[in-house]
Write a protein that binds this ligand. Structure first.
Ligand code: ADP
Length: 357
C-alpha cells in the first residue's frame, strides 16, 4: 500500500480536507478516500507504516547521506498553504487538481489515456502565487513533494549539482507518488547555450536525462516534474517539449485583488467595507499578489505612524483602524513591480505555448 512508502513525518499531520472534497470525503493516509468517520489513520497503522519505512532500501546508486539530506531539506511538509489562501487563479487550481491531486488520490482512475502529464510548467510574472500553488499542491496531494530552487542545485550547498539531481530523482522514484518542484527552472534549462559554463551544461544534461527517465517510465511509475519560471522565454525547445502542460499564472484580476486584500485584512482582524475594498481593487490594476501584500503592510503602518511619540504608551485598542486613506497613501510608496511591456511578453508566450482554458 502507499502508506508503506510514506515516512512517519508525512503520515502524521493529516490535516483539514480540501474544499474539493466538500466535506463528504476525506483523504486517508493510504490515499484512499474514506468517509469522515474513517478520516484519520489509527495510531497503530501509522506505527506499522513507520517501521516499514525504516526497512526501506536506499535507492540504487544514491549516497545515503545525500538521500537523507534531500529528505530533510527538500521535501515539503504536508501543511502550510491552503487553496483558500490563494486569491483568484481558479483555472490554474482546477488544472492542478485534475493533473496532480486527483491522480495522486485515485491512481486507479487515471490510467491509460487518462494518465496525467509528467511535466508541468507554471509561468508568469514574479509574485503571482506560483510557489504558493506548489505548496498548496504539496499539502493536498498524496505525494512526496520535493521542492528545490534551481539556485540550490547550482549552489555548492549540496556539493555537486549533477549528483544532487541524480539523487533527487532517485529518491523521488523510490518515494512515489512524487512531485519534483523546481523553482526558477529556466536557470537550469536555459536556451542560451553559447554562454553556458561547462558545469551548468552538465547539470542541464543530467536534468534532461533524469527528466527523460520520468517521461519514459512505465505507467505504474508516478513522478511528476513541476517547474516554475518568471522567464519562460528563456526555455529552449527541449525543455518546452518535456513540460507538456504549461499554465499561465497571470497578475491578479480585479476580483482576485479584492479577495487577496480582504484575506490579508481579515488576518489582521479588520474587515474593509465592500466599497473600500472595491476602490482598492480598482486602484491596484497591474499589481502582483506580492505587490498587494506589500501594499497591505504599508497601509497597516499608516495608523501606527500617525501616533507619533504616543506609540510608546498607546494601547493596542487606541490605534485607529486601517482605512481606504491608508491604502491611498500606500500606493505612492508601493508601486507595481511588473512593467506592462513585460506583461505583453508573457501573454504572447502564453498565446503561443500555454494551455488555454
Ligand atoms: P511567485 O512564486 O509567483 O514568484 P509567490 O507564490 O512566492 O510568487 O508569492 C509571493 C507572495 O505574494 C506570497 O507569499 C503571497 O504573500 C503573495 N501572493 C502572490 N500571489 C498571491 C495570490 N494569488 N494569493 C495570495 N497571495 C499571493
Amino acid at each position: 500500500s502507499l502508506a508503506k512508502r510514506k515516512s512517519p513525518g508525512f503520515m502524521a499531520p493529516l490535516r483539514r480536507h480540501s474544499s474539493m472534497e466538500s466535506g463528504v470525503l476525506k483523504r486517508h493516509s493510504t490515499g484512499v478516500l474514506r468517509t469522515p468517520g474513517r478520516a484519520h489513520a489509527e495510531p497503530d497503522e501509522r506505527e506499522r507504516a513507520g517501521s516499514k519505512e525504516n526497512e526501506q532500501p536506499q535507492p540504487a546508486g544514491v549516497d545515503p547521506a545525500l538521500a537523507k539530506n534531500i529528505l530533510q531539506e527538500i521535501v515539503l511538509p504536508r501543511e502550510g498553504v491552503s487553496w483558500d489562501d490563494i486569491a483568484g487563479l481558479e483555472e490554474a487550481k482546477a488544472t492542478l487538481r485534475e493533473i496532480v491531486i486527483l491522480p495522486s488520490l485515485r491512481p486507479e482512475i487515471f490510467t491509460g489515456l487518462r494518465a496525467p502529464p509528467r511535466g508541468l510548467l507554471l509561468f508568469g510574472p514574479p509574485g503571482t502565487g506560483k510557489t504558493l500553488l506548489a505548496r498548496a499542491v504539496a499539502a493536498e496531494a498524496n505525494a512526496t513533494f520535493f521542492s528545490v530552487s534551481a539556485s540550490t542545485l547550482t549552489s555548492k550547498m549540496f556539493g555537486d549539482g549533477e549528483k544532487l539531481v541524480r539523487a533527487l530523482f532517485g529518491v523521488a522514484a523510490q518515494r512515489q507518488p512524487s512531485v519534483v518542484f523546481i523553482d526558477e527552472i529556466d536557470s537550469i534549462l536555459t536556451a542560451r547555450s553559447s554562454s553556458e559554463h561547462e558545469a551548468s551544461r552538465r547539470l542541464k544534461t543530467e536534468f534532461l536525462v533524469q527528466f527523460d527517465g520520468v517521461l519514459s517510465a512505465s505507467s505504474q511509475q508516478r513522478v511528476l516534474v513541476m517547474g516554475a519560471t518568471n522567464r519562460p522565454q528563456e526555455l529552449d525547445d527541449a525543455a518546452i517539449r518535456r513540460l507538456t502542460k504549461r499554465i499561465y499564472i497571470p497578475l491578479p484580476s480585479n476580483g482576485a485583488r479584492a479577495a487577496l486584500v480582504a484575506n490579508l485584512m481579515c488576518k489582521q482582524g479588520k474587515e474593509l467595507p465592500a466599497a473600500e475594498l472595491r476602490a482598492v481593487a480598482q486602484m491596484t490594476d497591474g499589481y502582483s499578489g506580492s505587490d498587494l501584500a506589500n501594499l497591505c503592510k504599508e497601509a497597516a503602518m499608516g495608523p501606527v505612524r500617525e501616533l507619533g511619540a504616543r506609540i510608546y504608551d498607546a494601547t493596542v485598542e487606541q490605534i485607529r483602524e486601517i482605512g481606504l486613506a491608508d491604502f491611498q497613501s500606500g500606493l505612492r510608496v508601493i508601486r507595481p513591480s511588473v512593467r506592462p511591456e513585460t506583461l505583453a511578453q508573457y501573454e504572447a508566450w502564453n498565446a503561443q505555448l500555454g494551455a488555454s482554458f
